[in-house]
Design a binder for this molecule. Structure first.
Ligand code: HEC
Length: 101
C-alpha cells in the first residue's frame, strides 16, 4: 500500500508540473503555424522565412530581438507584435521546439 501511494504521488506531481510547463509545440501550432506553417515554408504573411534548420539559440536570439527591437527585416513589425506577447518562458519553449524541427 505504501508503495502504491508513493507511485501515485510521483505520477500526480509530474502530471501537475507538465500541466504548468509551456509546451512549445502546442504554442507554435496556436500562435505561429498560421504564417510559418510547419517551419519548412511560410505563407506570404510569414515573410517567406524558413525556420526549420535554425538552432534553438538562433530562434531565441531572433525572438528576443524582435521583442526588444534589435532584430528584424522589412516585415519586422509583424513579428514585433507576435514576440511582444511572449514571455521569456514562451520564447525558450518555442526556440527548443523550432530548433528540433
Ligand atoms: C502574422 C504572421 C506571423 C505570425 C503569426 C508569426 N510570424 Fe514569425 N515572421 C513573420 C514575418 C512577416 C517574418 C519576417 C519579419 C522580418 O522581416 O524580420 C517573421 C520572421 C520570424 C522569425 C525570423 C526568421 C529569420 O530567420 O529571420 C522567427 C524566428 C519567427 N518569425 C518566429 C515566429 C514564432 C515563434 C511565431 C509564433 C509565436 C511567429 N513567428 C508568428 C510572420 C509571422
Amino acid at each position: 500500500m505504501k508503495k502504491l501511494l508513493a507511485v501515485l504521488t510521483i505520477v500526480c506531481c509530474f502530471g501537475v508540473t507538465a500541466a504548468f510547463a509551456v509546451d512549445g509545440g502546442d504554442l507554435y501550432k496556436k500562435r505561429c503555424a498560421a504564417c510559418h506553417r510547419d517551419g519548412t515554408e511560410s505563407s506570404k504573411a510569414g515573410g517567406d522565412v524558413v525556420l526549420k534548420g535554425q538552432t534553438a539559440q538562433e530562434i531565441e536570439m531572433k525572438l528576443t530581438g524582435y521583442k526588444d527591437g534589435t532584430y528584424g527585416g522589412a516585415k519586422k513589425r509583424t513579428m514585433e507584435r507576435m514576440a511582444g506577447q511572449l514571455t521569456p518562458e514562451d520564447i525558450k519553449a518555442l526556440a527548443a521546439y523550432v530548433g528540433s524541427l
